[in-house]
Design a binder for this molecule. Structure first.
Ligand code: MTE
Ligand code: MO
Length: 376
């Protein structure tokens, strides 16, 4: 799989882990483009990268009235399934975890997890079809089923047992045409690292639900009991730690809350400027909400400047907005730059990293802060 990484990914990717391969683009390239090039899209894997031959490939749909297998070619028959094309932001719930690790490491309670920075988020144009049409083509869900389980062909190890990557989403999400089966990413065949030949893309949910290397879809009555769904992506309250961990105290993370990040300047950077610091970054909200206002502060979050809308990339349901702004600053010396986003439901972000802390180190959505040395 290392050979594949070198073939499919940009040479400047930050490799967080070699096996299973996890990587994100370096800060200067995260928001370089509004649509993330495939070679720079972050990669999150729990196990190996299956090498699947499209000629032999099919996946099964079960837990429906008429269980049935499909090849990619069958899905691509536009007389049966209308083609769907969507620009979607995929964000891992571990985005910006490094801030929680740096703040709380050594307290004995945190789980070892990939130390993602601000780049575990990416935006791409996917081509495929709505999963709803496939379920309809199988006669609908079998009696009483209300969730759909997705199985990936990769194996992953949990407590020394090999298992497939399995998660679920509620049928209501599929019925709303917000889940697709995708075979193309940014006008190219889906890269192997991103799930070739077919992956799920769930709009506005954490990346964990967008299963790669799909081989089985199954209608089920309750959310999946597989560990990734029932134990891994849980959001615990502040007082929960290793000593008193109960899975029932965690909320299953599906939609991500509103968040944002500064991609330039970087922390500890000396910034020489003429009264304005050039800032760049992204803002995103899950669940089909979108950034409506993005603000920057040059004094730790006391006074806020609103970034003019023309400095934000296009407003679109299901995608981030990248932004650039010349932040006024007349201070000589250390300056704390803070970003804050409001989405279209007027949700905004917690102010301090302490507000974000949780045992699983997921969902770091507190205001992103960078401290720079300002030379005016
Ligand atoms: N699908 C499979 N089969 N195996 C995985 O390990 N990781 C998930 C999801 N789908 C995963 C998977 C997680 S946690 C995320 S954040 C996204 O894939 C990342 O998608 P990407 O690697 O295409 O960026
Ligand atoms: Mo993830």
């Amino acid at each position: 799989s290392w050979k594949l990484v070198l073939e499919e990914k940009h040479p400047d990717m930050l490799h967080l882990l070699q096996f299973p391969y996890n990587g994100e683009p370096p800060k200067r390239l995260v928001t370089d483009k509004e649509i993330t090039p495939n070679s720079l899209h972050f990669v999150r894997n729990h196990g190996g990268i299956p090498i699947i031959d499209k000629a032999d490939y099919s996946f099964l749909v079960d837990g429906v009235v008429n269980p049935k297998s499909f090849t990619v070619a069958e899905l691509q028959d536009e007389s049966k399934f209308p083609r769907m094309e969507k620009t979607i932001t995929i964000q891992c719930s571990g985005t910006r975890r490094i801030e929680q690790i740096l703040k709380y490491a050594g307290q004995g309670d945190e789980v070892p997890q990939a130390p993602w920075a601000e780049g575990a988020i990416g935006t791409a144009k996917y081509v495929g079809i709505s999963l709803k049409k496939v379920i309809k083509a199988c006669g609908g869900l079998a009696d009483g089923n209300k969730h759909l389980e997705f199985y990936g062909a990769d194996t992953y190890f949990k407590d020394d047992k090999a298992m497939n990557y399995v998660v679920s989403v509620p049928w209501s999400k599929v019925r709303a045409n917000e889940v697709m089966l995708a075979w193309e990413m940014n006008d190219k065949e889906l890269p192997r690292i991103h799930g070739y030949p077919l992956r799920i893309v769930v709009f506005g949910y954490i990346g964990a639900r967008s299963v790669k290397w799909l081989y089985l879809i199954k209608g089920i009555k309750r959310p999946s009991m597989a560990p990734v769904q029932s134990a891994e992506y849980l959001y615990f309250p502040q007082q929960v730690g290793k000593h008193n961990l109960k899975m029932t105290d965690g909320i299953q993370i599906q939609e991500m809350p509103v968040s944002s990040a500064i991609m330039s300047p970087w922390s500890k950077q000396v910034v020489i400027h003429n009264g304005k610091i050039r800032c760049k970054g992204w803002a995103y909200s899950g669940g089909g909400r979108w950034p409506e206002r993005v603000e920057l502060s040059a004094d730790g979050g006391f006074d806020w400047y609103t970034i003019p809308l023309e400095n934000l990339s296009k407003k679109r349901k299901w995608t981030w907005r990248t932004w650039e702004y010349d932040l006024p600053c007349d201070v000589e010396g250390w300056v704390e730059i803070v970003v804050r986003c409001w989405d279209n439901s007027l949700n905004t972000q917690p102010t301090q990293i302490r507000d974000s802390w949780n045992w699983g180190l997921h969902v770091t959505s507190s205001c992103h802060r960078v401290v720079v040395y300002s030379v005016n």
